[in-house]
Design a protein around this ligand. Structure first.
Ligand SMILES: [Ca+2]
Ligand SMILES: [Ca+2]
Ligand SMILES: [Ca+2]
Length: 684
């Protein structure tokens, strides 16, 4: 029996490529980056580290499948590019979508693709001067790269007098979730006539991405120039330009409504020339959605719309002075627009002494579909115009505040632009609701790569809001049968906790999207208990200049079973610890390394990088005793960690922690192998 299992192990090891170190592929770009619905396209995905053994791709949402064609494996070869044939269903959701590539040794960081309706045209090799402009027919989507310094891409098209052409570029937006892209593009679009005269130009509309619309004065040939604003270039800077003579919308007003309702919205963009108001049947799913309008029998491109539970109100101008404030009744969703320079919007409401109100602006949030032109600020004022609270930065540039009125009576909400700018696309929605007990949850990191029989860990962080103080139960949905996750309830006295993910000893290669959900019971102000269920936001680690570990919200949490990893097992001397206040205990650790792996390993209980702690599952009052721990193992396999409960540590039951064996992939990135959970209790 013993002989048999060793023989199987040897066979397994020799069948997979022997690498000095396990890592994961880091996607930098996909090309072409736009895919038309209802088609199958071969694209190449490139990046850093090793894509060897790529066998599967995972996509955010439904309607996209792929066949990954990896080059035949060569021992010790490092593959930095793979091809995949991607099929997008006819009814797939139009939007930017995340994807990951699964390989035999890892699961990639997030890349992004743009799903579009019109045919995709790839840039030709030689399109660098107006004379060499590539002829294209609108509508289409131009897929190219700003690949070298001073790269200029020219496209020419025929246009008729009176029609409006629109170009929306996706480039900078596709780079925000890239794990490591030292410099980012600031792209720019310029429209020229056939004599080379500049007609229109734009370099920032959707964050750093340009959009321009132009009404054609005379039938003829026109030229679009695409470049980086500073004439910089990089082979990883891919772009997709929606180039259309069809009705186009950048936004709609109002930008929020209730599910199932049919409302009138104003198309913002060239579509409005055809129709000033359009009926919109609001989708049934809550949250930030993409909608298309039917304008003059034609479907527009997608734009952002919020499906909300709150009753909605749309501003009535003039409302520029507190005396002319629009009266609203809480709770309410307020739709407005800072329609021109120095426009200010006021709303008056009846406040109740001591009853906290949550004001949250939804307009423009980096890395999300909220892409209004407004840089908003929220202010709470007395009816006479005295500002008593304000905020402009809770979510990056997005304002949100909770205000508890000191007296009964009227108060005024003011919305304006930070720089007094305004435009028809500076639309916003303000949620003005009672601040009810609630929470948000995030998970760091966003993916798990586990060899057969091995384990890794995720750190889940909860932020309790508006008086919620209870425990939060965390559950994982969609795990493949080969992977199990340990149970976690984050106790009321803690803000984070640990999930250990373990692959079955006989697990074979697999990869899957998973969803983590937090559930809690909260007592509402009316005394009733309500069950709150909140999705967990995955945090992808991002390189920061100087080697720091940043985090960026992504949409796809994922797991994979890989070939045997560098560290097969992290064995610990105990899985159940009970400490009295003031007591300490030593946890002995033994690593089982893969036969060929002899590189440095260090132990930890915390998730930390360069001195900043990003995950700490230890109960309050419990700390690591550095002087009584051996964590730097070099190429050894034995160490220990001593933990101690403070003399005033409060009693707590069964808090899961684990010992991590960390292996550096490069200066910033570490892979974390975990022991099984160790349950810590403190008893007086
Ligand atoms: Ca180019
Ligand atoms: Ca206004
Ligand atoms: Ca106004």
């Amino acid at each position: 029996m013993r002989f048999m299992s060793s023989a199987i192990l040897v066979a397994f090891l020799t069948a997979s490529p022997v690498l000095a170190q396990t890592s994961f592929p880091m996607v930098t770009h996909a090309y072409p980056v736009a895919l038309q619905r209802g088609t199958t396209t071969e694209i190449s995905v490139d990046g850093q580290m090793n894509f060897a053994g790529a066998y599967k791709a995972l996509f955010e949402g439904d309607g996209i499948t792929a066949e990954v064609t990896s080059p035949p494996p060569v021992p010790n070869a490092v593959i930095k590019s793979v091809k995949m044939k991607v099929t997008v269903a006819k009814d797939a959701r139009l939007s930017v979508r995340e994807f990951r590539i699964a390989t035999s040794i890892g699961l990639s960081s997030v890349g992004q693709l743009v799903i579009v309706d019109d045919p995709v045209v790839m840039e030709s090799l030689n399109n660098n001067t107006p004379a060499q402009a590539q002829a294209v027919k609108l509508p289409c989507v131009l897929a190219g790269k700003l690949e070298v310094v001073e790269d200029l891409d020219y496209f020419k098209f025929e246009a008729k007098e009176g029609e409006t052409v629109t170009f929306e570029m996706f480039c900078a937006r596709l780079q925000d979730k890239i794990h490591d892209l030292q410099k980012h593009a600031k792209p720019m679009l310029t429209l020229l006539d056939s004599d080379g005269r500049e007609l229109a130009a734009n370099d920032t509309f959707f964050f750093a991405d340009p959009m321009l619309s132009y009404k054609i004065p005379k039938t003829g040939t026109y030229v679009l120039q695409v470049r980086e604003s500073t004439y910089d270039g990089d082979p990883r800077w891919v772009y997709a330009i929606v180039a259309t003579n069809q009705p186009y919308i950048s936004h709609v007003f109002p930008m929020a409504g209730n599910p199932g309702q049919v409302i009138d919205v104003e198309p913002i963009g060239s579509a409005r020339a055809a129709q000033e108001k359009v009926k919109l049947a609001i989708p049934g799913t809550f949250g930030v959605q993409q909608i298309q309008l039917d304008v003059g029998g034609k479907k527009t491109n997608p734009a952002t719309f919020i499906v909300s539970k709150l009753t909605q109100f749309s501003e009535l101008e003039p409302n520029d002075e507190p005396e002319k404030a629009n009266r609203v009744t809480l709770p309410i969703g307020i739709n407005g627009r800072i329609g021109k320079k120095r426009d200010i919007d006021h709303y008056v409401f009846d406040a109740k002494k001591g009853k906290p109100i949550r004001f949250e602006l939804k307009a423009r949030r980096f890395g999300t579909l909220l892409n209004s032109s407004l840089h908003g600020i929220l202010e709470i004022m007395t009816p006479k115009g005295l500002v008593i609270a304000s905020n402009d930065t809770t979510h990056g540039l997005e304002a949100s505040l909770v205000f508890t009125p000191a007296t009964d009576g009227d108060l005024v909400l003011r919305v304006r632009d930070l720089n007094s700018k305004g435009s028809e696309s500076a639309v916003y929605n303000v949620e003005a609701d009672w601040a009810l007990p609630d929470f948000t949850v995030r998970c760091d990191p966003d993916k798990a790569m586990i060899g057969p029989g091995s384990s890794t860990a995720w750190y889940v962080h909860v932020v309790r809001q508006h008086g919620f103080t209870g425990p939060v139960e965390i559950a994982s949905k969609g795990l493949p049968k080969e992977i199990t996750a340990s149970a976690l309830t984050i106790p009321a006295t803690m803000t984070q906790g640990l999930i250990v993910l373990t692959a079955a000893p006989d697990a074979t290669l697999t990869a899957a999207k998973v969803e983590i959900v937090g559930t809690a019971k909260a007592k509402m102000p009316d005394g009733k208990e309500e069950t709150l269920v909140r999705g967990v936001t995955p945090n992808q680690e991002i390189y920061l200049p100087g080697g720091g570990r940043g985090r960026f919200d992504v949409n796809m949490q994922a797991v994979a079973v890989t070939s045997p990893s560098d560290i097969l097992k992290v064995e610990v001397s105990t899985t159940n610890i009970t400490l009295k206040p003031g007591e300490e205990i030593k946890i002995e650790v033994t690593l089982e390394r893969r036969g060929d792996y002899d590189k440095g390993v260090f132990l930890d209980i915390l998730l930390q990088h360069l001195g900043s702690v990003m995950g700490n599952p230890l109960p309050p009052g419990v700390t690591i005793v550095g002087g009584k721990s051996k964590t730097l193992l070099g190429n050894g396999s034995k160490g220990f960690i001593t933990i101690k409960a403070a003399p005033n540590a409060e009693p707590i039951d069964n808090v899961p922690i684990s010992v991590l064996a960390n292996v550096s992939v490069n200066f910033v990135v570490k892979l974390h192998y975990s022991s099984v959970p160790i349950l810590i209790s403190i008893k007086k």
